[in-house]
Design a protein. Sequence first.
Length: 305
Amino acid sequence: MEKLSPYALGATLYMPATRNDLLAVVCGEKIPQLRSLVICLEDAVAEHDVEFALNNLQRLLLDLSRIERYKDAPLVFVRPRHLNMAKQLVDWPLMSLIDGLVLPKFTLHDVAIWQHLLQGTSLRVMPTLESKEVFDAQAMSELADALQKDLANRVLVLRIGGNDLLSCLGLRRSKNYTLYQSPVGYVIGMLSGVMGAAGFSLTAPVCELLQQPELLRQELVLDIEHGLVGKTAIHPTQIAIIHQALQVSVEDYQAASLILNQSAPAVFQHNGAMCEPATHYRWAKRILERAYWYGMSGASEKLIV
């Protein structure tokens, strides 16, 4: 399976499978700046619309089989409503035209099920951590071990489902504070440590407050400080803000380049900070990878690194 950078996702836009413009979006025509999208058959589709949504997805796949997608068209994932629907989708021959599946409400119990279900396919997966077990660090450690054993080659990123986690507590996001100022802030920090140490990348929950772009920007700063590689979006106006936040500073780019230089000393100073290649190697690799996909602050093109 070809390795794909988690940073390729950027702002991942969720779209209900009932929309009549899916083909234009998937082909990169309608939202040119979009890097990835999720066609949702779960929360975004009412029960009475499920049959229409499935038929609409089938029409999309048939259309895709007849045309050539643009080189820079977004990555496409499908979010099934439940496991039985996922089994149905995996059996569709044309599902090979998409990049993978978002796995909702993912827990330790689901690892073996999905490992078996996906055999014989090239589909990547983005498990969503959004159930009450996610608050338990020990449970997440056990999940990380199981994922490493059975699904590591398929997992592109782990998605953090902020609203569902708040729902577990009977809470809703505040209009005045970032998610990090809620109990989910603890969860993001814990997952960043537990799953990050196990080698998995994570993406950040959506900020559904569409009229407060400054709050989104504040939250993105914290997302990046926690090592998150992308963010769910629910409206195209959020895409540019998210991608701009993923750019790297000139100072970080220069430091990362020096750290990765084969002739770098064991310890050196750069811009008033100590750099230690043995310690900062992974950070530097991630900085250059981000710079490749999103460029440096103030630059308009991706970098070739």
